[in-house]
Ligand binder design. Structure first.
Ligand code: ADP
Ligand code: MG
Length: 394
């Protein structure tokens, strides 16, 4: 059993917020995040205005990334050390893992997951996890273990799944095909006909990541010119086989790295017409994600047996169906909630903090993905060894 780990990350004020003369309403201390509603009346009941206007949340990590020159600032190295290394270790141990970034458009989801388009030296979690995984593989290769890594990259746009790494025929444009989600009785939900790419090293992954990123649907909104309105799921399927003479074994783990579309309501980003329709559809996946997180948090925090059997509507949206294992299932999962520090985004930021606060209550059931017979043999062998030791070391 393992709770979903939740980190909140606050970016610096952007140019638009600075131009509006926005004040900073977020502060952090240790694991705590504080948000102040500057519009709330100063003279709240009892006269203790500061306490009435501020709300406090505690997360696994609260990352203050508001100013590069501030010594308290958290950079990509720390985010990777706190969250990324654990994902690599989980994959090597045979667990599934998932990291997803949730937050308003322009709050730093892509910056955190992929890196910065403007400054190539800012490298995000996804490339770092891929590189770290390959560093580990190089170290372990000499120990009689063989590895196989496959990568896929998809996008959910208007509830349709598109393969960001599909090979295109002559004259064919990306985005014309949408793929079906199906569910395998043992292996769970998957995307039918999604291309999987065998990679031999980190450079191969980088090439694929670049192709996928370039294809991601982008459209301008008032909030962020390059904001993406699709959900992107980058998946590494990692298998390792041990060829020991008496007990060969194989473990397969899946790592999902997810960059969600902006969590704001369509009207907050000034979207109209086609954009509004897109917004509505995107929200179907996000609204369902919210419903699923709500139901799981409820179920996990109450011990009554009937709650344990609660129906979770995973299949109501493509996103939640595909992430079924990552939410309440067999996965070590991390949520990174990204927020703006500005007063103009108070309502959205508070909603993100509440969302993240709820996700903390979800308890997953990660297990090592290996053949149960192999595990049984190993357990029995260690039992025999223990009994032998008790009998006098023979
Ligand atoms: P989102 O993907 O949530 O829409 P982005 O990741 O594109 O938002 O971030 C919007 C802008 O803010 C980008 O220019 C990005 O580089 C910048 N930004 C986001 N987070 C940070 C951060 N922690 N530190 C510095 N700049 C950031
Ligand atoms: Mg983005």
């Amino acid at each position: 059993m393992a709770s979903v780990k939740v980190a909140v990350r606050c970016r610096p004020l952007n140019k638009r917020e600075e131009a509006l003369g926005s004040s900073v309403i977020i502060s952090m201390q240790g694991r705590k995040t504080f948000i102040t509603n500057v519009k709330a009346p100063l003279e709240a009941s009892g006269g203790d205005s500061g306490r009435e206007r501020a709300k406090t949340f505690a997360f696994d990590f609260s990352y203050w990334s508001a100013d590069k020159n501030d010594s308290h600032c958290i950079n990509e190295d720390t985010v990777f050390a706190d969250l990324g290394i654990g994902v690599i270790d989980a994959a090597i141990e045979g667990y599934n893992a998932c990291v997803f970034a949730y937050g308003q458009t322009g709050s730093g989801k892509t910056h955190t997951m992929m890196g910065s388009q403007e400054s190539p030296d800012v490298v995000g979690l996804t490339p770092r996890i891929c590189q770290g995984l390959y560093n580990k593989i190089e170290m372990l290769k000499g120990e009689g273990i063989s590895f196989r890594t496959e990568v896929s990259y998809l996008e959910i746009y208007n509830e349709r799944v598109r393969d960001l790494l599909c090979t295109l025929g002559t004259g064919e444009e990306f985005g014309t095909h949408s793929l079906r989600v199906r569910e395998h009785p043992k292996e769970g939900p998957y995307v039918q006909d999604l291309s999987k790419h065998l990679v031999m090293n980190y450079a191969d992954i980088q090439d694929l990541m670049n192709i996928g990123n370039n294809r991601r649907t982008t459209a301008a909104t008032q909030m962020n010119d390059t904001s993406s309105r699709s959900h992107a799921i980058f998946t590494i399927t990692f298998s390792q086989a041990r060829f020991s003479r008496d007990m060969p074994s194989e473990m397969v783990s899946k790592v999902h790295l997810v960059d969600l579309a902006g969590s704001e309501r369509a009207d907050a980003s000034g979207a109209t017409g086609v954009r509004l329709k897109e917004g509505g559809s995107i929200n179907k996946s996000l609204v369902t994600l919210g419903t699923v997180i709500h139901a799981l948090a409820d179920m996990c925090s109450v011990r009554s047996p009937e709650k344990k059997q609660m129906f979770i509507p995973y299949r109501n949206s493509v996103l939640t169906w595909l992430l079924k294992d990552s939410l309440g299932g067999n996965s070590k999962t991390i949520m990174i909630a990204t927020i703006s520090p500005a007063d103009v985004n108070y309502a959205e930021t508070l909603s993100t903090l509440r969302y993240a606060n709820r996700a903390k209550n979800i308890i997953n059931k990660p297990t090592v993905n290996e053949d149960p017979n192999v595990r049984l043999i190993r357990d029995l062998r260690s039992e025999i060894a223990k009994l032998r030791a008790m009998l006098g070391g023979n």
